[in-house]
Design a protein around this ligand. Structure first.
Ligand code: CA
Length: 378
């Protein structure tokens, strides 16, 4: 990507009062009323008012796939409701700062939000289990836990006291391990390594002796290029290519052990939700399912072409983390997760459910998915 375009892209990349009317119909007409009265009643029926909501997001406006996912969700809800529920989408910083999304929805400044649950870890530690767990669920496992296990119920429970209702609204699929300027051959290579890696993955790197730093999306490239940081992770090839990291780092590592299938969420203020008629509630819920499948499908479909371009055109060296390093990362990840669970009763409850579901689904995966993965390469 040319510098100009890259700058434009980076500029667009961050960290990532409603008029709620009565949408109900005039009321049920009693059959004992005469035809004339009935016609009169129909004439006087108030037109269903349009409900207008604001959706604040953690994304730069219309950013590819992520902000786009928020735009599409709003568009589908309006379309399915025949225009009865209109949602105006705000990019991060346009109405509230990206990391102010949860509070804005909780307080009702906006009726709806779109982002990732790990951004609220400081306020709701258990939220981290609904975003990205190192060595945790892939997208398919996570959806199974959320929709068909206790996952979503627990997620609703932890947001309840904030007057917020969550819905899964997308998934990035497996991410990449990140960009490095030196090879990672053993844990010793991580000592003192200054890497931009947020969330639980950052806690694991810190345990491994590295230095996990938070850098806003728009500043990562410059920091990497100038050596302010030694390494960074971002998302996957599709997004990383646009960020131009290949110009500032030699090695592109996989797998993304720290984000094996990161979930996006949409959150709704409970008062606004409760004021919706049942059909609009069903429409909103259905649209979130569509948003979830739309995003994972697009990530899965577009990443490989971008990876080929990075390797073939930009001569990036694709590297796999050594098994010894991954084993250590896994051990440290389990320690980090246990520490979070120990520090907060709700995290304990969520993590226990997560582990129970994981045990069950991995047994099934061993019989069904894993042999099939091998069959693909026969
Ligand atoms: Ca990431």
């Amino acid at each position: 990507m040319e510098d100009n375009n890259r700058r434009k892209f980076i500029k667009n990349v961050g960290i990532g009062a409603a008029a709620i009317g009565t949408a109900g119909l005039a009321g049920v007409l009693s059959s004992c009323k005469g035809q004339k009265q009935e016609e009169q009643a129909v004439k006087e029926e108030p037109k269903a008012k349009t409900i207008e909501w604001k959706m604040v997001t953690t994304w730069p406006p219309h950013s590819p796939m992520l902000g786009e996912g928020a735009d599409k969700l709003a568009e589908w809800i309006e379309q399915m409701s025949g225009g009865r529920l209109k949602i105006k989408v705000y990019g991060g910083g346009e109405l509230v700062p990206p990391l102010g999304v949860f509070d804005a929805v909780s307080q009702g400044t906006a009726e709806m939000g779109h982002g990732v649950a790990y951004y609220w870890a400081g306020k709701v530690p258990a939220a981290q289990f609904f975003a990205a767990v190192p060595f945790g669920f892939n997208a398919q496992n996570l959806n199974a836990w959320l929709y068909a296990g206790d996952g979503l119920k627990l997620w609703e429970e932890i947001y309840e006291k904030f007057n917020v209702k969550p819905f899964p609204a997308g998934n990035t699929g497996a991410q990449m391990g990140g960009w490095f300027n030196k090879k990672i051959n053993s844990m010793a290579d991580l000592k003192g390594l200054k890497m931009r890696i947020p969330g639980l993955g950052g806690k694991v790197l810190a345990k491994a002796g590295g230095n996990a730093v938070l850098v806003a999306g728009g500043e990562i490239y410059t920091n990497l290029d100038r050596g302010v940081i030694d390494a960074t992770e971002w998302v996957g090839p599709f997004h990383d290519l646009q960020m131009g990291f290949y110009k500032a780092a030699k090695y592109y590592y996989y797998p993304g052990w720290h984000e094996c299938g990161s979930a996006l969420e949409t959150i709704i203020n409970k008062d606004a939700w409760n004021a919706l008629p049942d059909d609009l509630k069903a429409i909103v819920e259905t649209a979130t399912y569509k948003a979830n499948i739309w995003m994972i499908s697009n990530f899965e479909a577009k990443n490989n072409a971008a990876l080929r371009e990075l390797i073939d055109v930009h001569k990036v060296q694709l590297m796999e983390f050594p098994e010894s390093v991954l084993k250590e990362f896994k051990k440290l990840s389990l320690e980090v997760l246990e520490e979070i669970a120990e520090s907060d009763p709700m995290s304990r409850k969520v993590y226990d459910s997560f582990l129970e579901f994981q045990k069950n689904i991995y047994e099934w995966n061993k019989i069904a998915e894993e042999p099939y993965q091998k069959l693909k390469h026969l």
